[in-house]
Design a protein around this ligand. Structure first.
Ligand code: AMP
Ligand code: GLY
Length: 425
């Protein structure tokens, strides 16, 4: 099977890597991919995030399956266009991807399906938003309704900061039209975890759980980012809890999207808070998590290509996934300043030695080739994933690996997987 991956980030690097290890897959292509993907697959020098470009790329490589990585092309209708052209697609159509494209829409579906989540309301006027915020009390949660690359959410204990966040979104349009409407919601307490499930619109097969680190600095300080690291499995979310999340949250959501006329085909991602009253949804995404995927796929033993194809073709029922019992920790190396402004073009060194280490795999996210050199080209530059027999070992390995990679302005968190190591040792 010939598989085309659309996208260029760390998640797509992990998807392409897992596909190259799948017995069912003969060739892996990526559009546009990145220098790391180019080492293991054939990359097409086209940005395939628009529907027309994606169809063109799929035709060029004669793809048997197209896997769409990021949310923006899904929301833009890349899945619809590919399906219209007869391609098999892993990733929802635009109407189903709307669960990520609009937080208010996702919340409406959750309410309709009786899916446990935070109390909420959407507003287009500052005064009304602030009124509801005051009714809920601190900590305040303010979200841009639309897509904002994971950065549209503010959680704050100070009322002034929250009010400014509402004004930033609605009046100052800091997130453009994505912030024209804001969602104000109740603060959910408790450990966060992510469950990603494959669904063909009816059958559901869950992955093991993972946890990501959204804040820029250690101890969850600093601004929200696209994700600074991740680990899997999650000791505070044992298999019984994962089962409960599947039956109380994922399966009802799959039914509700189908009943809304927008059946979901692809990876349904639930971001959850494990509260004292049980698991509650923080957000749904219409794709694999980034960087959760970088900590999950190194543990997958099943044929990844086969399960993606079964999902795309409505034949998922009866599939089972095998996972390694080992622990995986993935540490993101970012550019100083991220998620704000940052420099690019810094030379990256040490990769060859690190990639030769046992139990280590390096996924490129924001890198570029510059002659013979590899340079930084984004906020999140690399994700370094390491396996170990427990989290202490996996963390040791991951940090040994990140120490071996240098570039000017390298920023990383040092506490990835630390809680898991403490809980499980
Ligand atoms: P989202 O983009 O909706 O996932 O939000 C980004 C991050 O903000 C989440 O991963 C949480 O850490 C935090 N967050 C979002 N909503 C809530 C909530 N209702 N209660 C507590 N934290 C939240
Ligand atoms: N790691 C969070 C996300 O992919 O949205």
């Amino acid at each position: 099977m010939r598989v085309l991956v659309i996208g260029s980030g760390g998640r797509e690097s992990a998807l392409a890597w897992a596909l190259t290890r799948s017995p069912s897959v003969t060739s892996v292509f990526a559009a546009p991919g990145n220098p790391g993907i180019a080492r293991i697959a054939e990359v097409l020098d086209v940005d395939a995030s628009s529907p027309a470009a994606a169809v063109e790329a799929a035709r060029t490589v004669n793809a048997d399956l197209v896997v769409v990585g990021p949310e923006a092309p899904l929301v833009a209708g890349v899945g619809d266009a590919l399906r219209r052209d007869g391609f098999k697609v892993f990733g929802p159509n635009s109407n189903a991807a709307h669960i990520e494209g609009s937080k208010a829409y996702a919340k409406e579906l959750m309410d309709r399906g009786g899916i446990p989540t935070a109390r909420w309301q959407a507003f287009e006027e500052v005064d009304k938003a602030v009124g509801f915020m005051d009714e809920l009390g601190p900590p305040y949660v303010v979200k841009a309704d639309g897509l904002a690359a994971g950065k549209g959410v503010l959680v704050a204990t100070e009322r002034d900061e929250a009010v400014e966040a509402v004004r930033d979104r609605i009046e100052r349009r800091v997130f453009g039209d994505a912030g024209a409407s804001v969602v104000i919601e109740e603060f959910l307490d408790g450990e966060e975890t992510s469950l990603i499930a494959f669904t063909d619109g009816e059958a559901v097969v869950g992955c093991e759980v993972a946890q990501d680190y959204k804040r820029a600095f250690d101890d969850d300080a600093g601004p929200n980012t696209g994700g600074m690291g991740s680990y899997s499995p999650v000791p505070v979310c044992p298999p019984e809890t994962a089962e409960r999340i599947l039956s109380e949250i994922i399966e009802p959501m799959v039914r509700t999207t189908a009943e809304a006329g927008a059946p979901f085909v692809g990876a349904l991602y639930a971001g959850l808070a494990l509260t004292s009253r049980g698991p509650r949804v923080v957000e749904f995404n219409a794709r694999f998590g980034d960087p959760e995927t970088q900590a999950l796929l190194p543990r997958l033993r099943s044929d990844f290509g086969e399960v993606l194809l079964a999902t795309a073709t409505g034949e998922l029922a009866g599939s089972r996934l095998e996972w390694s019992p080992r622990s995986c920790v993935s540490v993101v190396l970012a550019s100083a300043g991220y998620p704000g402004s940052y420099d690019t073009g810094a030379e990256i060194s040490g990769l060859d030695e690190v990639e030769a280490m046992d139990d280590v795999v390096v996924f490129h996210a924001g890198t570029a080739g510059d002659g013979d050199r590899l340079v930084t080209a984004g906020g999140r530059v690399l994700a370094v994933s390491a396996l170990g027999n427990d989290f202490v070992a996996a963390r040791e390995r991951a940090y040994e690996a990140t120490n071996g990679i240098t570039f000017e302005g390298k920023h990383q968190r040092f506490d990835i997987g630390l809680r898991a190591a403490e809980v499980s040792s």
